[in-house]
Design a protein around this ligand. Structure first.
Ligand code: MN
Length: 405
């Protein structure tokens, strides 16, 4: 328990302490840490405390902090915990706490490269059945490597940013010429994103067991997808304009260390994966027990369960670098849509409505095949802790605006 008035079982208690970047209306950006519905201005706090790394908090992104590596990340987290538990610092701390209603949240990370994976067996199978009904649901490589594609880092946006409905080429009638216009199959993808703090040298793969030396934190991520544009363009080189118009991430990045109690074994990988994806010990292949929710206009339409994911974050990182590709501070890689086996755990409308042939019900009596203008999509999630409390992921939300004329 902390002297600060946030019960241990509340969202964003001492077990979470996520980092973000914000400004008080019109002010300089500062790195902050969230507790309850308040944020602590770490730049001012660290300056007053003469913290040895005070300079990294007076920044417009988390990148300077992330670059310092896991030993410093842990020191800083211990320092932050001490601020909230040591009653003698109460006055200083209170002076630098602000209500979240009084700040503008900024994109927390200067995103370097962005890669999106496809790590849910259920999602990959569903997509295969929908897009390629005459072929096996999973492509032959799927259980041998974590499939991914490079997304567009420059269009990763912070939670709360409106998303303009994209226009593009689509081919609703395969016997006729393609047409151009606003997407009529705009979708969400509920995903978990991993933010890379420490870089790696060009030419040196990152082993499965070294993932914790590189992954700084975890965000929720909505990989907005225009299914009609995607379906027409994706063969043979994969997703392009159907995805690159916007990708939303939470404003708050939860340190990977916060999820230590949420580690779970992966589902059994059969056939056995190649050596570089195995790791040296089973505990290097951790999955995560993250319980997610997808809401449209406040109605919960799905509850994806991250623990069913086939590929682990460490395996994704190892695969991404096995050819010698280097990591940079700010790299972002996402899990791919999180879908469980049950229909109420699918992480996209493509699956929930089986490509628009069914509708999900909303609390106001309406339904959706795909997203309509004005819809607000919100992803939330948390991980249970042994004492009954929760680690809360930063939520990610976005409203659909109509296509430009
Ligand atoms: Mn995706």
């Amino acid at each position: 328990m902390t002297w600060f008035d946030v019960p241990d079982d509340a969202a964003y208690g001492l077990a979470t302490l996520p980092y973000g970047v914000f400004s008080r209306r019109g002010g300089e950006p500062t790195v902050g840490v969230r507790i309850g519905d308040s944020a602590l201005e770490l730049a001012a706090m660290a300056r007053e405390a003469r913290h040895p790394h005070a300079d990294v908090f007076a920044a417009s992104s988390l990148n300077p902090l992330m670059r310092l590596g896991p030993a410093v990340w842990r020191d800083v987290r211990r320092w932050v915990v001490s601020l909230f538990t040591d009653d003698t610092r109460r006055d200083t701390l209170t002076a630098h706490l602000v209500d979240l209603g009084e700040v503008d949240m900024l994109l927390p990370v200067e995103v370097a490269d962005y890669v999106d994976f496809y790590a849910s067996e259920s999602h990959a199978s569903n997509v295969g059945r929908i897009f390629r009904p005459d072929s096996p649901a999973l492509p032959p490589n799927w259980k041998h490597l974590p499939i991914g594609y490079h997304g567009r880092a420059g269009t990763v946006v912070v939670s709360g940013t409106d998303v303009v409905r994209p226009s593009g080429q689509r081919s609703p009638d395969p016997s006729a010429a393609p047409i151009f216009g606003p997407s009529t199959k705009l979708d969400l993808e509920c995903e978990v994103g991993f933010v890379v703090g420490c870089s790696s040298p060009l030419g040196e793969p990152v082993a499965v067991g070294s993932a914790r030396d590189h992954i700084f934190g975890v965000v929720l991520l909505n990989d907005w997808s225009a299914r009609d544009i995607q379906a027409w363009e994706y063969v043979p080189l994969g997703p392009f304009l159907g995805k690159s118009f916007a990708t939303s991430i939470s404003a708050w990045v939860v340190p990977l260390d916060a999820f230590i109690d949420a580690e779970v074994p992966l589902p059994r990988q059969d056939p056995a994966v190649l050596r570089y994806l195995q790791g040296e010990a089973d505990d290097e292949l951790w999955g995560l027990d993250l319980r997610l929710e997808v809401a449209i206009n406040g109605s919960v339409v799905s509850a994806p369960d991250y623990r069913s994911m086939y590929w682990s974050p460490a395996q994704m990182l190892a695969h991404m670098t096995v050819n010698g590709a280097s990591l940079r501070t700010g790299d972002l890689f996402a899990s791919g849509t999180v879908s469980g086996d049950a229909a109420d755990t699918f992480g996209s409308l493509l699956e929930l409505t089986w490509n628009g042939t069914e509708r999900v019900k909303l609390d106001d009596g309406g339904g959706r095949g795909f997203l309509e203008d004005g819809d607000v999509v919100t992803l939330t999630g948390s991980a249970p802790r042994p004492d009954g409390s929760w680690v809360t992921l930063g939520e990610v939300t976005g409203r659909i605006r109509s296509a430009r004329e």
